[in-house]
Design a protein around this ligand. Structure first.
Ligand code: ATP
Ligand code: MG
Length: 559
């Protein structure tokens, strides 16, 4: 799908209709509203592509707004990481960077307005009592004994809450709606709570009362003149509350909320709480661990922004809950890298070969194309020598015809170089193969002589010129497609083999100049990205982005 033909969806249909009806005077304004309490993940990417994508296509605007009402869970590291990730994905909020905390004074004024209208009251019930009074899905709640406080008393108490006269939890401000409403969100929800001793990353110690998310979110959207407040389905039941606030407060703008289904991805979790736990409990190296479904993790793994945008286009936007196969994400990056990644040779499990009839001390240059279909990507010269490494997996002492690699007594082609035959297998005292002695056919450089068919082609590097590297083979973090939805704990499904570190790899010299973030196809092995750490103990470090084929699909078929 090309970037210019975005697939339509029900949200775009709503906007099309709104534009036809000249609603909002033809203006389209969206926002992406993360809470800075963790790093962004692939689910957020869906929301980012949707909100920024709509703004772009309808020549509207999309704000980046931090919904920062929970200071004890938020911090500047998360604010910065979120900004980096949105930019990296290819979107720009221009000068429209906002924080809900920018509106704390206005929100306070709005709360005072509600009190003056008799639509909010200060309540002395503690958290547990509030829960008790709230009722259940089947039973109505009951009124708080503080519900009928006078406007003056409420104004006085709310001002004193702000002034710091009360302890945490001693009082809250609640909207006065309906304790018998079938929608629990409307049973006099708390709109302000007291939080002493926290330092807010934006407002410092200026406040000891903080507005609740529901109150803040819809008013922030209204203040910013958002036309379409796009959010995930779990907020459908909050919409009547948002509409109640905005109607009572007669805000100038009244954004229309539209809900869509969250992205769930197989073999991973996208709950920020669970991702935070994986980091804090040390199951992964950090938020940018290449196994994490975070944008930072995917970046370090070698995913391109275009592949993630393509993924978001492919999965579409609907109202039905679904769980996307990991294979969909992987094929997006595989297709991208197939076109863009230069080819290189790297031997992950080296086995030394001595070509006994090749002169000692001689080396010759063999030309290697950087991409089999794209000559514009150029070529490089590899040095062929008497001693080369091949992968252990590419040799068998005995094998049937299906094994098109090197077999004792048989021939194989070393890519871009010569045909060799294995004459002798050298083993150590334990019977472990330590070296192969082969002979080469000098007439076979880069082509098969007439009448000779050598089907197998394997990759190699020169012993003399190769550089050592560490290669990390990443696999799925969980070994269950829905680690969340099973009985028991998601920890039970952590894949113990999600990281395999190979420390003895040998890579071709051209890879020595590769920079962090660059991605290559290691021929016959997969796509690999230079890690951000780049060098460990003097060795280059590569992360496997994705295998060449979907090996999991095959496994699943078998099961
Ligand atoms: P939290 O529980 O911390 O609120 P959250 O996943 O809702 O977690 P936010 O920072 O509030 O995180 O999310 C910002 C925006 O991203 C919201 O508009 C939310 O609806 C959207 N979003 C979050 N997760 C997904 C997901 N899995 N799929 C699509 N959109 C998502
Ligand atoms: Mg949220």
């Amino acid at each position: 799908m090309s970037e210019t033909e975005k697939p339509s969806n029900f949200i775009r249909h709503i906007i099309d209709d709104d534009l036809k009806a000249n609603k909002n005077k033809g203006r389209v304004a969206t926002r992406f509203p993360p809470e800075p309490n963790g790093y962004l993940h692939i689910g957020h990417a869906k929301s980012i592509c949707l909100n920024f994508g709509i703004a772009k296509d309808y020549k509207g605007t999309c704000n980046l707004r931090f919904d920062d009402t929970n200071p004890h869970k938020e911090n500047v590291e998360f604010v910065d990481a979120i900004k980096t990730d949105v930019k990296w994905l290819g979107f720009d909020w221009d000068e429209r960077l906002y924080f809900a905390s920018d509106y704390f004074e206005q929100l306070n004024d709005y709360a005072v307005q509600l009190i003056k209208k008799g639509k909010a009251y200060v309540c002395d019930l503690n958290a547990e009592q509030i829960r008790e009074y709230r009722g259940t899905l089947t039973a109505p709640g009951k009124d708080s004994p503080y519900r009928d406080r006078s406007v003056d008393e409420n104004l006085d108490l709310f001002a004193r809450m702000r002034a710091g006269e009360f302890k945490d939890g001693e009082k809250v401000l609640r909207a006065k709606i309906d304790m018998a409403s079938p929608n629990i969100n409307l049973r006099d929800p708390t709109i302000y709570r007291i939080r002493h001793g926290v330092i807010h990353h934006q407002t410092g110690e200026a406040w000891c009362i903080y507005p609740m998310y529901d109150f803040t979110h819809c008013i922030s959207d209204a203040i910013e003149g958002i036309t379409h407040s796009i959010c995930t389905l779990e907020f459908e039941d909050h919409r009547p509350l948002y509409d109640w606030f905005l109607n009572e407060l007669q805000t100038e703008h009244h954004p229309q909320q539209i809900e869509f289904s969250r992205l769930n991805l197989e073999y991973t979790v996208t709950s920020k709480r669970k991702l935070t736990a994986l980091v804090e409990e040390g199951h992964v190296e950090g938020w940018d661990d290449p196994r994490m479904p975070t944008i930072a993790g995917l970046r370090r793994r070698g995913f391109s922004p275009a592949s993630i945008r393509e993924f978001c286009d492919r999965i579409g936007v609907t109202k039905s809950d679904n769980c996307i196969e990991m294979g969909v994400l992987e094929s997006c990056i595989r297709e991208d890298l197939n076109e863009t990644a230069p080819r290189r040779m790297a031997v992950l499990n080296p086995l030394k070969i001595v070509i006994t009839n090749y002169p000692e001390g001689q080396s010759e240059e063999v030309e290697s194309a950087n991409h089999p279909q794209n000559p514009d990507m150029g070529s490089r010269k590899l040095l062929f020598t008497r001693e080369v490494y091949i992968d252990r997996e590419d040799f068998r002492e005995e094998a049937n015809k299906k094994f098109k690699r090197l077999v004792f007594g048989k021939e194989v082609r070393l890519r871009n170089a010569y045909v060799i035959r294995c004459d002798e297998v050298i083993k150590d005292a334990q019977g472990e193969i330590i070296e192969l002695h082969c002979s080469y056919d000098a007439d076979t450089l880069g082509h098969n002589p007439e009448g000779r068919k050598v089907k197998g082609v394997i990759h190699w590097v020169s012993v003399e010129h190769a550089i050592p590297a560490e290669v990390r083979l990443y696999d799925r973090l969980f070994n269950h497609p829905n680690p969340d939805s099973t009985e028991g704990d998601y920890h039970d499904h952590l894949n113990p083999d999600s990281l395999l570190t190979l420390t003895q790899c040998m890579i071709e010299p051209a890879l020595g100049e590769a920079k962090s973030g660059e991605v290559f196809q290691f021929e016959r092995e997969g796509y690999f990205c230079v890690d951000t750490e780049h060098l460990r103990d003097g060795k280059a470090v590569f992360n496997r982005t994705v295998t060449l084929r979907d090996t999991w699909a095959k496994l699943e078929e078998k099961e």
